[in-house]
Design a protein around this ligand. Structure first.
Ligand code: ADP
Ligand code: ADP
Ligand code: ZN
Length: 226
């Protein structure tokens, strides 16, 4: 990478399950031409493809725990090799531990880059269980929906691609959602202080409607983390 102006954006979306990371990442991707990198999606892909990493991750994901840093970093590094990521990335669901955050800083330093902004989506725990339990996704294009908060315009038809197949994640039940929330508080929430120290933290009230949060995030990205 050359001078600071040409440096690619590296945005991090932090927040518990259901905070809206995936929803907002897709909107930022469209608006700014950035690439969404979701370690959850990458891991679900590895599970479906039955790769060694996927086979090791499967039971941990089903229980709502965190997959080991080694496995997560392996799938992420693999994806980071692809040429499209040079346009800048939105990390959705990564890093989730101190070790992952340190590894990310190391990877970026190798190419003279830094985290541009770490955006913490702040939400109430109790609302998160309902967000996760009502979540469903278009099987064709991956657009995310919610039974109450983001319905398709036409019943059973994806707004984006007109697809009619939808899926729900096995780990999106109330019990596993609580385990995931616990893992978030124990291992991921401490990263808020880590990025505050780096001077790149932005906190956003993510209990507001999707479109309102999207506007806030657009101005954060357009104006820099400052
Ligand atoms: P959510 O959208 O609810 O935040 P994700 O799709 O990001 O969930 O992650 C689903 C599951 O995949 C997690 O519960 C965890 O088991 C695993 N996972 C995803 N990203 C990571 C990560 N960075 N570190 C460890 N485990 C991860
Ligand atoms: P995450 O990636 O952080 O786990 P998602 O973006 O998948 O979260 O959002 C979880 C669920 O909540 C989805 O069904 C989504 O449509 C819905 N949702 C996202 N943001 C909001 C919001 N601000 N208000 C209400 N529902 C939301
Ligand atoms: Zn679709």
């Amino acid at each position: 990478m050359g001078d600071a102006d040409s440096r690619a954006e590296v945005l991090i979306l932090l927040g518990p399950p259901g905070a809206g990371k995936g929803t907002q990442a897709r909107m930022l991707e469209e608006r700014f031409g950035l690439i969404q990198l979701s370690t959850g999606d990458l891991l679900r892909g590895a599970v479906a493809a039955q790769t060694p990493a996927g086979m090791a991750a499967k039971s941990v994901m089903e229980a709502g725990g965190l997959v080991s840093d080694d496995i997560v970093l392996a799938v992420l590094k693999d994806r980071m090799q692809a040429p499209d990521v040079s346009r800048g990335v939105i990390l959705d669901g990564f890093p989730r531990t101190d070790g992952q955050a340190a590894a990310l800083d190391g990877m970026l330093a190798d190419t003279g880059q830094k985290v541009t902004a770490a955006i913490s989506l702040e939400v109430d725990d109790e609302a998160m269980v309902g967000r996760v339990a009502g979540r469903f996704t278009c099987a064709s294009c991956g657009e995310g929906y919610h039974d109450d908060f983001k319905r398709t315009a036409r019943q059973g038809v994806c707004d984006k691609c007109q697809g009619t197949d939808f899926s729900r994640r096995a780990d999106d039940n109330a019990e596993t959602a609580r385990a995931r929330l616990k893992a978030y508080h124990a291992q991921t929430a401490p990263l808020i202080a880590y990025y505050e120290k780096q001077g790149v933290l932005k906190t956003v009230d993510a209990m507001r409607p999707i479109a309102v949060i999207a506007e806030t995030l657009q101005s954060v990205v357009a104006n820099g983390a400052g």
